[in-house]
Design a protein around this ligand. Structure first.
Ligand SMILES: CC(=O)SCCNC(=O)CCNC(=O)[C@H](O)C(C)(C)COP(=O)(O)OP(=O)(O)OC[C@H]1O[C@@H](n2cnc3c(N)ncnc32)[C@H](O)[C@@H]1OP(=O)(O)O
Ligand SMILES: CC(C)C(=O)C(=O)O
Ligand SMILES: [Mg+2]
Length: 589
């Protein structure tokens, strides 16, 4: 059944051979309950960065890099770490030995190792664990019909028997070689019906039951039943249905940990995991930033941060996400995508004008709330447009939030000037300056850095010295009388002394300027012929800093002849700053 109508669909038939593919047949769970459940706590995490992640690297990790990854995982708080496939290579075997022999496994961390269900491999795997303080052996075999037929050439009963025999051999070698560990909680056992999602769910369940019959889970002797979407081939809700169905059918449920191991072939591993947890799973296996075979394993960083963003303790520390990312990039020799959720270079940035405007307003709103309550922003509940979490909570900075390109409006530019230079431009000045920046990005393309924005701002408003440059300022005022002003200015490089009177120094100054222009025009000076009258339309000022050496910023909106322009002046003296602002506007005319 489809619920899509074809209304207004103008699309044609694709030339691609879609008819070669058959849709997945979901397990039938009409009375499913998982859509009504919520994930309210972190699952048990297992990192398989050192196994599934490592086996899929172009350059598998060197022992030094493996150790760096192990230490990162431990420092982040992972308590279950799959450290390798020791029977596959001497490097993996030696790495497990190194961790054990050099006593590098913290008391509360359980390492695990993977093996196929083959006696020689199981024996070697168990040997790698001799002397380990705690460890889990993880055994797998594929239960999907395609694999039974093509890869193993076995019947379903023979397939089940591979798992049963494998489990027996793990127990036999562990009892022989691992001494006191076996029989205590420190020795764990995990079984994976590989390709679970393409297996008949009843059959996979029957194999897990048969394995549990051998292992005999009970209090203090759990079994981990890990249900991999080895290749993700269906929608996340289908996986959730399979997990709920499996959990309902499982005996000894209270002594079995149901574990998810999603891969990301359809790009929905995170969603599949989240729905699988709603469906009752206890545990999740994945890799940091989604490394692993093909499109990768489910991304443990995104899963943890998704919990965090819902106010749920993720039980791992991603407070310095850049450091985690750098370490993983070093270990895997692969970059994390700039748009990777929570961690990419670009994920706390906004390029488009409306986003920048909204973020700026949101951050200001939080600042105001914090100031009113006398607390830090970090103590307030997070709420900001377009930013699902506070970048500071993962060690990112607000400075990186806004980046300006040709799609940016006033918000981004204003944010950069405010956050980097404490200049709080009036709204119309923001609009004017953002157009200046946009002309620049339109003509030169690409992004403009905060340094370049500041250079453009200086050139536009602060550094112009013709036709006017302020040299000296003297004001006097007596109660009830107009302000008297004497200023020394260079007019086109020639020093002139102007005097004026007015309601305040700015008015006195524009009067003086207008008188100069009128006098020169009356005298027929061609340099003044096109110069129009200067009128101040709007004025704003604020301090850039506090204390005796504070700098003031003045912004004036002036009509200069036919044009309306903003000018900006900075000075320790507020009168001088405002006259400079008038000059800035006139010089732009
Ligand atoms: C989904 C996953 O990620 S599973 C884990 C994958 N990881 C790895 O394989 C790690 C690296 N592996 C290896 O280096 C090798 O596979 C080794 C060293 C472990 C074994 O190598 P080989 O002995 O050459 O065997 P190979 O890997 O080719 O395995 C294929 C054989 O194992 C059998 N086999 C495969 N998986 C299993 C299993 N889980 N249990 C039992 N037998 C298995 C196959 O049926 C095949 O048997 P056949 O040769 O009789 O047809
Ligand atoms: C070994 C199993 C758990 C695996 O990696 C998979 O099926 O993807
Ligand atoms: Mg896998």
């Amino acid at each position: 059944m489809t619920n899509l109508s074809n209304t207004a669909n103008q699309q044609g038939t694709s030339p691609m051979p879609f008819a070669r593919y058959t849709p997945f047949v979901p397990v039938d769970v009409p009375d499913r309950t998982w859509p009504t459940w919520k994930v309210e706590k972190a699952p048990r995490w297992l990192s398989t960065d050192l196994r599934d992640g490592n086996q899929a690297l172009i350059d598998p990790m060197t022992p030094a890099r493996k150790l760096t990854m192990f230490e990162l995982l431990v420092s982040m708080g992972y308590k279950e770490i799959e450290v390798g496939f020791p029977s596959a290579s001497q490097t993996d075997f030696d790495f497990v030995r190194k961790l054990i022999d050099e006593d590098r496994i913290p008391d509360d961390v359980q390492i695990s190792v993977l093996t196929q269900a083959r006696e020689d491999l199981i024996e070697r795997t168990v040997d790698s664990l001799v002397g380990a303080p705690r460890a889990t052996v993880h055994l797998y075999n594929a239960t999907a019909p395609l694999f039974q037929r093509v890869v193993f050439n076995v019947t379903p009963d023979e397939c089940r028997n591979i798992a049963v025999r494998g489990t027996e051999m793990v127990m036999k070698y562990a009892e022989e070689r691992l001494g006191g560990l076996v029989g205590s909680e420190a020795f764990g056992y995990q079984y994976s019906p590989e390709i679970f999602t393409q297996s008949d769910t009843d059959f996979a369940l029957s194999v897990c039951e048969a394995v549990s019959d051998v292992w005999q889970p009970e209090a203090g002797r759990e079994i981990i039943l890990n249900l991999p979407a080895t290749v993700e081939m269906s929608t996340p809700n289908t996986y959730a249905d399979q997990i709920e169905y499996f959990g309902r059918g499982l005996t000894r449920r209270e002594h079995s940990a149901i574990s998810l191991h999603p891969h990301n072939d359809r790009g929905t591993a995170v969603a599949a995991t989240e729905l699988g947890l709603m469906a009752g799973a206890d545990r999740v296996e994945g890799c940091l930033f989604g490394h692993g075979e093909r499109t990768g394993n489910v991304d443990l960083v995104t899963l943890a941060m998704n919990l965090f963003s819902q106010g749920i303790d993720p039980q791992v520390d991603l407070g310095d996400i850049d450091e985690v990312r750098r370490t993983v990039e070093y270990c895997t020799n692969l970059p994390v995508h700039p748009r990777h959720p929570y961690a990419g270079d670009l994920v706390y940035t906004a390029f488009s004008g409306s986003h920048q405007d909204a973020i700026k307003k949101g951050l200001e709103d939080l600042d105001k709330k914090a100031a009113a309550l006398g607390v830090e922003v970090g103590e307030l509940p997070w709420e900001a447009p377009y930013l699902p979490i506070d970048p500071k909570d993962v060690g990112r900075t607000y400075e990186a939030v806004i980046r300006v390109n040709s799609q940016s409006g006033k918000g981004g530019v204003a944010y950069v000037l405010k956050s980097e230079h404490k200049l709080d431009l009036p709204r119309r000045a923001q609009i004017e300056f953002s157009r200046v920046v946009q002309q620049r990005t339109d003509s030169e393309g690409g992004e403009i850095t905060p340094e370049e924005i500041w250079a453009v701002f200086r050139a536009e408003y602060l550094d112009r010295e013709t036709p006017l440059k302020l040299n000296s300022v003297h004001t006097s005022s007596a109660a009830g009388e107009k302000d008297q002003l004497t200023v020394g200015v260079y007019v086109d490089g020639e020093r002139r002394e102007l005097t004026g009177a007015g309601n305040g120094p700015i008015n006195a100054f524009t009067n003086a300027l207008n008188e100069l222009v009128e006098a020169e025009q009356a005298a027929g000076n061609p340099a003044y012929a096109a110069r129009g009258e200067v009128r101040v339309l709007d004025y704003h000022e604020h301090a850039l800093s506090s204390g005796g050496d504070a700098i003031a910023a003045a912004y004036v909106e002036c009509a200069v002849g036919e044009k309306v322009l903003w000018g900006v002046g900075l000075d320790a003296n507020i009168v001088t700053a405002s006259l400079k602002a008038v000059i800035s506007a006139v010089n732009r005319g």
